[in-house]
Design a protein around this ligand. Structure first.
Ligand code: SF4
Length: 504
């Protein structure tokens, strides 16, 4: 028997978004291998345990010391560095005791690749297993990344198609050079086989374990893969053209998830509802299953132009949250829509479901003034603002021009490493703090009125002095880092339930 273990590895960062950790790609790969003669496959999801361990912040992040520090104010950022998921030692123990021939490690984010590589190196050092790595970080890094990796193979592209072929090749059924997307070494040289464009499978993976979100059983799902757009900061449209799943298959998977007690399905599509022909039928299917108890979200974000004129149907179908990715309105020519479409959608939603609109701070082609104008615009709408500092990706010309760090750990958003022209690290961090306070005002005071007023006082004082004040454990306030971006001392803020407010 050829034994394969698929591993969703732990990662280390200042924060984690727990709701989106289910390893859907590995679940698909497991399903694709389950029917193969002579193959036994298992999955180790390191994040399912929910383990979180505080670590000493690595010295590579020393430059963030003044930005991520002790702060108990309502406009604080991050503080503390953690490992999320199981320890590498536990995973190595499982590989050794299971006697696996091949270990597949998913590497979904370039910024977390060094954590995955650490695990790969340990597997190579301490076990006799072959290692294959795949996922978006591998797609983006390609042979450049492979040359420095201890992995035996990289698989670029859709693993649910190519992993069975790699397993077949390793069992002697075909040659390595016939496995699309494979990167490997041969006689000391690195070789790569061009990846193929595969259609999204119509089968779906079984689940044995479930994550919870707001106390509810949640599962990830897709209605298709890829995207037909080519936004200048995004890898998706570059690597994967849109491929939609059959509606019958979606219907069957929702029936299966419903019978498994799933209460919320999170669509992780890159471009859900992108096909106007099938969107009405898809919505009818979702609505049928909503009647059976399933609600929906699309936390990876919806393209606002895809849902114009469909908002009522989307809410009727059972969406309990609408996530829209504005990104940066200054880039509207390179994006499928601008602020006007966001305004139209938010008007149609009319406060009926929680709405989050996402911005990326520090994108090349935008400016601090553009970012502030977007923040102020969104502050006056009944939405929560989601702001992500720019994360750097190899292979995207606009981002490569900024100068990618040799150490990929610095590519993650929380590293606040480098931005487009005009943005300093302190400015991006300050815009982020500004948004934190706006969202607090939108949500309403949490705690005593005195504490809320004290926070607003120091928030406004920080803006006037262009130096942040932070609240210490003993209740005193101390001066923090300074910034240059112009932040208004007061703006119009609409709360999520439609009341007007401000920083008063
Ligand atoms: S629409 Fe979204 S998924 Fe498609 S290329 Fe643009 S950012 Fe990427």
């Amino acid at each position: 028997m050829f034994k394969i273990l698929l591993v969703s590895p732990p990662f280390c960062d200042f924060y984690a978004t727990g709701a989106r950790n289910e390893p859907l790609g590995l679940l698909y790969i497991r399903k694709s291998l389950e029917g193969m003669d002579g193959v036994e496959v298992h999955l180790h999801d390191s994040l399912l345990s929910g383990r979180k361990k505080r670590l000493k912040t690595p010295s590579e992040f020393d430059y963030l010391e003044e930005i991520y520090c002790e702060d108990r104010s309502l406009f604080s950022l991050l503080n503390g560095f953690y490992r999320f998921g199981d320890s590498c030692g536990g995973i190595i123990g499982r590989i050794k005791s299971g006697g696996y021939d091949l270990v597949g490690v998913s590497c979904m984010f370039t910024g977390y690749y060094p954590d995955a590589e650490k695990l790969i190196s340990l597997i190579k050092k301490e076990t006799g297993s072959l290692v294959v790595a795949g996922g978006w970080a591998v797609d983006a890094g390609g042979t450049r990344l492979f040359e420095k990796s201890r992995a035996d193979f990289f698989l670029v592209g859709a693993g649910e198609h190519s992993m069975p072929l790699l397993a077949g090749a390793l069992m002697g059924d075909m040659k390595l050079e016939d496995v699309p997307g494979l990167i490997y070494r041969c006689g000391g040289a690195v070789r790569s086989v061009p990846p193929a464009q595969w259609a999204v499978p119509d089968y779906f993976p079984g689940r044995m374990d479930f994550y919870r979100w707001n106390g509810k059983r949640i599962a990830k799902m897709i209605t298709g893969t890829g995207c037909g757009h080519a936004c200048p900061f995004c890898a998706v449209g570059r690597y994967r053209k849109r491929s939609a799943r059959g509606l019958d298959s979606i219907d069957r998977e929702l029936g299966y998830l419903s019978s498994a007690g799933v209460e919320v399905v999170d669509f992780e599509d890159d471009n859900i509802f992108s096909d106007p022909e099938t969107a009405p039928a898809l919505l009818r299917i979702l609505k049928n299953h909503h009647a059976g108890g399933i609600s929906y979200a699309a936390m990876n974000g919806m393209t606002a132009s895809n849902i114009r004129g469909r908002v009522n149907d989307i809410i009727d179908a059972g969406f309990i949250e609408i996530n829209l990715s504005l990104v940066a309105s200054g880039l509207f020519r390179a994006r499928p829509f601008g602020t006007d479409v966001i305004d139209e959608i938010v008007r149609e939603i009319n406060g009926r479901v929680k709405t989050i609109v996402y911005l990326i701070a520090g994108l090349p082609g935008s400016s601090p003034a553009d970012l502030m104008s977007d923040i102020i615009h969104l502050a006056a709408l009944p939405v929560t603002i989601g702001i992500s500092p720019l994360y750097l990706l190899p292979g995207i010309p606009d981002l490569e021009k900024i100068g990618l760090p040799e150490n990929h750990a610095l590519c993650r958003g929380s590293a606040l490493y480098k931005f487009g022209d005009g943005f300093s690290r302190e400015d991006v961090a300050s815009a982020w703090k500004f948004v934190r306070m706006i969202n607090r005002v939108k949500a309403g005071p949490d705690g005593s009125v005195e504490e809320y007023s004290e926070n607003l006082h120091y928030f406004r004082k920080s803006i006037r002095e262009k130096t942040w004040h932070r609240k210490l454990k003993n209740g005193n306030w101390a001066r923090g880092f300074s910034f240059g971006i112009d932040l208004p001392e007061n703006i119009d803020i609409m709360t999520c339930d439609g009341r007007m407010a401000g920083f008063k």
